[in-house]
Design a protein. Structure first.
Length: 99
C-alpha cells in the first residue's frame, strides 16, 4: 500500500512526531522523498523533526505485507489453505507539533 499526503507547515515548531497508531505489517516513512525510517512493530510512532521544513512537505508511507500473504497467493497452489492477512494503515494518523 502507498499513502501520500501534502503537509503545509506554518509557524515555528521545536519537535514533530508522527503517530500512525495501527499498521499491518511493516512501514517505511518518507518526508519529502527522503526515507526517515522503517518501522517493523508497534508502537508505530516516529520523530520527524529534522525532516520537516516550513512550507510544503510531502509525507509518503509505504506499507509492506508479511510473507504470509505471499504464500496465500502462491501461484503453484502449494499453500491452498492459507488466507491473506489484512495490511495497511488502519484508522487515523496524527502529526504532533510541539511549539
Amino acid at each position: 500500500m502507498l499513502y501520500r499526503k501534502s503537509l503545509k507547515i506554518d509557524g515555528r515548531f521545536d519537535r514533530a512526531w508522527l503517530d500512525l497508531r495501527k499498521v499491518q505489517h511493516y512501514i517505511e516513512v518518507f518526508v519529502s522523498d527522503k526515507l526517515v525510517d522503517t518501522l517493523l512493530w508497534p508502537p508505530y510512532e516516529i520523530e520527524i523533526t529534522e525532516h520537516l521544513t516550513q512550507g510544503q512537505n510531502r509525507l509518503t508511507l509505504v506499507v509492506a505485507n508479511s510473507i504470509a500473504n505471499r504464500f496465500a497467493w502462491d501461484v503453484w497452489g502449494t499453500r491452498e489453505t492459507a488466507k491473506p492477512e489484512s495490511s495497511g494503515v488502519f484508522g487515523s494518523a496524527y502529526l504532533w507539533l510541539e511549539r
